[in-house]
Design a binder for this molecule. Structure first.
Ligand code: GDP
Length: 485
């Protein structure tokens, strides 16, 4: 056998051995995607996966831009007991005629995406194409707010919840629950009907406080607002009680029953979530609807800062963290992303990023944050608008053009969902501090309407073109770029 053939064959054998070895130890990155309700998690994951599978142009995502990303496909996920992220269903909504936004996140779900790529490293390239699993874990940000409960007794939590309900801005929503609480003696014998009534009123208060357009932060327990698979379960039938200065209660009393359920919630719901899911994440993206907060003015921004502080406390590592010695996060990078940037003209995208950076800086200082590296960016996972110009009083204003969703209003105008409309959204101020004091542009308040998703573009050989986006490639590079080097 000529020597060249021999070396060739040996090379092949070596390569396939390499493939085999590489296949056995395919590295996995567990990517957490979170954010409060309607921050854009479902849309982000669907768009991210579709962009990678469809081989979209992603100029700032190095592996794709350099032609090293060879293939992306879905594979069965390794954790059988976690529901699968309904990617196909969500994509089906976005490519329907007319397109519609998919159903939002209500519980934890997971999706395994596998990427095949060529490494930039010489020795790795000799082993053939590399593979990387990305296990995307989608979970409601509300659940993070339960972490402090692990350190609080039922009595401490009750007192905190009662104090918070008396705060300005919450008092009104809490009135029916507080009134009912005032009629209850916690030393009375445990009564299921009383427990249910108090729990229902307490949940109604949390929901109402959350529905306030100026409120973005939420109060624990997180499952009371986002029950996931526990909706209607007795595990969630408890509420705070007023200890009235007592520190012991008779056996069989309403207090001991509520206390037992609170402890069970911590042991069987909160702890497993943090131990089995959160503590296993490698990277995390937190989606934040900064524009909704800016639109709500000063109190909404203050509330968002509070929510971000609570979230950053969950990511804090070290001895002052909320984590027990049993588990602690291993996340090494966190991306904070302001979503829905397509509601702004591109001139304002950097400003949105600067505002988020300022907000994050303040929240991290308040949370005495230390731990994984944090980066911020502004993006739109799916761009529902395009840019244009409109003339007003001789002035040319940069506009965004899109189809406002049915029922959206601007001034006295109500949209039917089929009408294209140009909106001047207002410029964000160049000084982020100014924006955080309550943002009003020189043209008045920001005009913020929800738009229909863009029309899908079918491809001649089947499937649909990837959705237009803003800076999704930068998000990808920051989250997984290094793992594909
Ligand atoms: P989730 O609760 O975090 O899963 O939020 P979703 O992903 O369901 O998003 C909530 C809503 O925000 C959607 O129904 C859309 O109306 C809007 N939205 C989310 N992402 C985008 C985006 O990139 N651009 C625009 N224009 N709207 C978005």
């Amino acid at each position: 056998m000529p020597i060249s053939t021999y070396t060739q064959a040996a090379g092949d054998a070596w390569r396939s051995m390499g493939d085999f070895a590489a296949g056995l130890v395919t590295p996995t990155v567990r990517l957490g995607v979170t954010g409060l309700a309607r921050s854009g998690k479902t849309v982000f994951i669907t768009a991210l996966v579709h962009n990678l599978i469809a081989g979209a142009r992603l100029p700032f995502f190095d592996a794709a831009a350099q032609g090293r990303l060879l293939r992306a496909y879905l594979e069965p996920q390794p954790d059988e007991i976690v529901p699968r992220f309904a990617y196909e269903k969500h994509l089906g909504d976005l490519v329907a005629d007319p397109p519609r936004w998919p159903e939002s996140t209500r519980r934890i779900s997971q999706l395994r995406l596998t990427l095949e790529y060529a490494s930039t490293k010489f020795w790795k390239r000799q082993l053939g194409r590399q593979r990387l699993h990305i296990d995307i874990v989608d979970y409601p940000g509300e659940w993070l707010l339960d972490l402090p409960l692990l350190r609080m007794s039922y009595s401490e939590w009750s007192q905190t919840a009662i104090d918070q309900s008396r705060m300005e801005g919450r008092k009104k929503a809490a009135k029916p629950w507080l009134a009912s609480l005032g009629l209850v003696d916690p030393t009375d014998p445990a009564d299921e009907a009383v427990a249910e009534r108090l729990s229902d009123l307490f949940k109604a208060y949390l929901r109402e406080a959350r529905a306030d357009p100026h409120a973005l932060s939420t109060l624990p327990p997180g499952r009371f607002l986002m029950p996931g698979d526990l909706a209607g379960s007795p595990a969630l039938t408890f509420a705070p009680l007023d200890p009235g200065g007592r520190d012991s209660f008779p056996r069989g009393s309403l207090w001991t029953m509520m206390e037992r359920r609170y402890e069970a919630y911590k042991a069987h719901v909160v702890r497993p979530f943090f131990r089995d899911h959160f503590a296993r994440l490698d990277r995390q993206i937190v989606l934040i609807d900064v524009l909704a907060a800016l639109n709500g003015g000063g109190p909404a921004v203050a509330d968002l800062e509070r929510a971000m502080t609570e979230i950053m406390e969950c990511f804090r590592s070290g001895s002052n963290s909320l984590w027990s010695s049993l588990f602690s996060p291993r996340i090494d990078r966190i991306v904070l992303a302001a979503t829905k940037a397509d509601h702004l003209h591109h001139q304002s995208h950097d400003r949105l990023e600067a505002i988020l950076a300022k907000l994050a800086g303040r929240a991290m200082a308040r949370a005495e944050y230390a731990g994984a590296e944090v980066r911020v960016l502004a993006m739109a996972a799916i761009r529902a608008t395009r840019e244009g110009e409109a003339k007003r009083g001789g002035e040319i204003l940069p506009c965004i053009v899109g189809y406002p969703l049915e029922g959206e209003t601007i001034g006295r105008r109500t949209f039917d969902g089929n009408e294209k409309f140009a909106i001047f959204p207002g410029d964000l101020p160049s000084d982020p501090a100014l924006a955080l004091q309550g943002w009003h542009t020189e043209h008045g308040e920001m005009r913020f309407v929800r738009f229909r998703p863009p029309n899908p573009v079918p491809l001649p050989y089947g499937g649909f073109a990837s959705f237009p986006n803003i800076r999704l490639d930068r998000a990808l590079e920051t989250l997984i770029g290094e793992s594909l080097a």
